[in-house]
Design a protein around this ligand. Structure first.
Ligand SMILES: [Zn+2]
Length: 413
């Protein structure tokens, strides 16, 4: 896209944005601060790599509250880091401003980027994942810092907001963590504002996730005529026993609340299309879902060991897109459990179920990291919506967590 084209597109998106958000505000003139900010963010069509103005809204709000804000833009991906306070450990909210594509816009009750409140629910792409919870964290932070000057803070409050979590996730959070490290800092506690609740707000938070790794095994043979097998080497026949031994192997018993590690063969392909030709090679793809009982390297080494007894000529390629993590119960889990109990009366369950999030990048830094947010059921769906009451309650819980850290670190100070 040319520079002029990019400018025209940005101008058009600002004009469309202001029309949409004015519509929303005129229809919802009395709506609360969290819903209003969530709606402003939803009105930004931030399907990665586009940002649609979402990062700028968050940056302006945090700057207005007294945060120091650093915006990054690397390979077209915008992200931001913000911090408030002068000394003490770094406690941060981690979120993302991008959303998944809406799919067929006609299938939606409301336009996915023209937020609407209907019967106590805010509709729009990102209402749950995660512009609603992100707005709740920003409003909680605004309220919290309004009562405390930077000098009075016994800890520092940070924001890590990525613009590419839903797609590549190869910049955003990783770049921001690198920025924190390069500035000689380190993250102590982090709440990732992904939606984790199941039936009611507060019933579940996530303290870990399984890892995911894909192996692609190519077994080589010699192509030939099926009438003359003595002149060929059949990679399909060679693959049967080794694949069976991988599929039947038991990969541990699980650990610390994680289910046992599994390997599933997800694709096997070979053949030339002709029934009378022995193919030259076979490709098998398998997917590990693994607990912290194993490292990716240990699983790779074990697969090599299991293949060793077989007379195979092969190559094996690995891609590990998520390492497992587990945060042991500690300061943050205690403070969060108490905040949830205070606001909802619930004893939250700390779980390791579900897919991946940017917490997988934060945990290896040594930070205590927990995911907690609204109900996850409508994530990525048509007519994505969130309860307005839940968003307000979530902001209160986040604010109670920050109060909890004041008590924690003031006592230490
Ligand atoms: Zn998300």
């Amino acid at each position: 896209m040319t520079c002029l084209g990019a400018r025209l597109r940005a101008l058009a998106s600002v004009l469309v944005f202001s029309v949409r958000i004015e519509d929303f505000l005129s229809m919802n003139s009395t709506c609360d601060a969290v819903t209003r900010l969530a709606a402003e963010l939803i009105a930004c069509p931030s399907v990665c790599p586009e940002d649609g103005g979402a990062q700028g809204i968050i940056a302006d709000r945090l700057k207005g509250a007294g945060f120091d804000v650093v915006g990054l833009e690397i390979d077209g991906i915008k992200s931001l880091y913000a911090v408030y306070g002068k000394s003490g450990p770094l406690v941060a909210f981690s979120g993302h401003s991008d959303v998944v594509p809406p799919g067929d816009v006609e299938a939606w009750m409301v336009h996915p980027f023209r937020p609407e409140v209907r019967e106590g629910k805010l509709y729009g792409r990102g209402a749950i994942d995660m512009k609603g919870p992100l707005a709740a964290s920003v409003i909680a932070a605004e309220r919290f810092v309004a009562g405390l000057s930077p000098d009075e803070m016994p800890f520092r409050l940070g924001f890590i907001v990525a613009g590419d979590e839903e797609v590549m996730a190869n910049h955003g959070t990783l770049d921001l963590l690198a920025h924190i490290k390069e500035s000689g800092d380190c993250l102590k506690h982090c709440i990732v504002t992904e939606s984790t609740s199941q039936k009611v707000l507060g019933d579940m938070a996530k303290i870990g996730r399984r890892g995911s790794m894909v192996g692609e095994l190519v077994i080589r043979g010699i192509q030939g005529h099926s009438a003359y097998p003595q002149l060929a080497s059949n990679p399909i026949s060679k693959a049967l026993e080794p694949l069976d031994s991988l599929a039947k192997h038991e990969w541990g018993n699980g650990v610390d609340g994680f289910p046992p590690t599994t390997l599933q063969i997800t694709n096997v392909r070979s053949g030339t299309g002709a029934a009378n030709v022995i193919p030259g090679e076979l490709t098998a793809v398998f997917n590990f879902r693994f607990s912290p009982e194993f490292t990716a390297e240990a699983l790779q080494a074990k697969v090599t060991t299991l293949l060793k007894p077989f007379d195979l000529e092969y190559s094996l390629k690995w891609s590990c897109d998520a390492h497992p993590f587990l945060t042991q119960e500690g300061t943050l889990s205690g403070i969060l459990a108490k905040a949830i109990k205070t606001k909802t009366g619930l004893d939250t369950e700390f779980s390791t179920s579900g897919g991946t999030s940017d917490a997988r990048f934060i945990a290896p830094t040594g930070a205590e990291v927990i995911e907690f947010g609204t109900l996850s059921g409508m994530c990525h769906q048509v007519d994505e919506h969130v309860s307005v009451a839940d968003l307000q309650a979530l902001a209160s819980i986040y604010e109670l967590v920050l109060d909890g850290f004041v008590d924690e670190y003031r006592a230490i100070k």
